[in-house]
Design a protein around this ligand. Structure first.
Ligand code: GLN
Length: 284
């Protein structure tokens, strides 16, 4: 039998070699997997670093480690990912929430009234991360979350229940076609698929395990963004905002598309890595 430290040292080296991760990151992932196998919080590891690990959890740990060495995202193995300070359940039916998408939430919050009712639409909600974060932080807002995937909506609904987001409803369908006719919103937000089909990025790392329909969008990656921009004027209240995430090299094209559709106050904002990641504009 081994101590946690012995197990972690071996696992971190193996993960680092298999996935090309820096050792620190590999060690952190190994800790997450060991905690899952032990069904204990991370604090337990620190307090019990000399305790010998029984064979049942050690075997469970080896199995989790093997999955991760095969490239399966840690969020799918642990069924969990934190986003905007909230813990979301995830599975391979939904994209794993990314830290850069928090920028979209921040920019939307800055444009939503705090003390009066408003209507917000999230297109392609996936796990519900954006819609639920907005619903929690703007309790007076009525948020509608749309997805084409029935299975994704099940995940989003379960997250809304777990996180007690009541001011939220769900609709299944293709973008605006999921909505009752005549629906209008003060803000429309989206993290749509935006990777160009055939982009080598689709064959690397976590994205290999994520739903292709949540990632790729036509030859230039802009098919869904064009559909979202095109339908927005008919679904925004006067002066309403459209905000969406896009790829690292798409900001200029997105601003041009907004301009062509008659939007004003068009701007792009950079994520923490300094990459223009969200573009927004107002209509009417
Ligand atoms: N940002 C993700 C990635 O590049 C893609 C997410 C998306 O297409 N909306 O891995």
């Amino acid at each position: 039998m081994d101590t946690p430290d012995q197990l972690l040292r071996h696992a971190a080296a193996a993960l680092s070699a298999a996935l090309g991760l820096p050792l620190r990151e590999a060690r952190l992932e190994a800790q997450i997997l060991l905690c899952l196998a032990l069904d204990k919080p991370r604090s337990w590891l620190i307090a019990h670093d000399r305790e010998l690990i029984e064979s049942a959890p050690a075997t469970a740990f080896a199995a989790l480690l093997e999955r991760r060495q095969g490239g399966e995202p840690i969020a799918y193995i642990s069924s969990e990912r934190e986003f905007y300070g909230l813990s979301f359940k995830v599975n391979p039916d939904v994209l794993i929430p990314r830290p850069e998408t928090e920028l979209l939430v921040e920019l939307a919050l800055a444009r939503l009234p705090e003390h009066r009712a408003c209507r917000v639409l999230d297109l392609g909600t996936g796990s519900g991360a954006i819609a639920i974060a907005l619903a929690k932080l703007r309790p007076q807002a009525a948020v509608t979350a749309v997805d084409l995937s029935h299975d994704a909506l099940e995940v989003a609904r379960a997250n809304a229940r777990r996180l007690n987001a009541a001011n939220l409803e769900f609709a299944e369908g293709a973008w605006y076609a999921a909505l009752p006719p005549g629906s209008r919103f003060e803000a429309i937000v989206s993290n749509p698929p935006y990777i160009a089909a055939g982009d080598p990025h689709l064959a690397q790392g976590d994205v290999r395990f994520e739903p292709p329909a949540a990632l790729a969008s036509g030859a230039d990656g802009l098919d869904d963004i064009r559909a979202i921009i095109g339908g927005a004027p008919a679904h925004l209240s006067p002066g309403g905002w459209l905000l969406f995430e896009h790829g690292y090299d798409q900001a200029e094209a997105c601003r041009r598309l907004l301009q062509q559709s008659g939007f004003r106050e068009i701007a792009s904002a950079a994520d923490l890595a300094g990459i223009a990641r969200v573009t927004l504009g107002r209509y009417g």
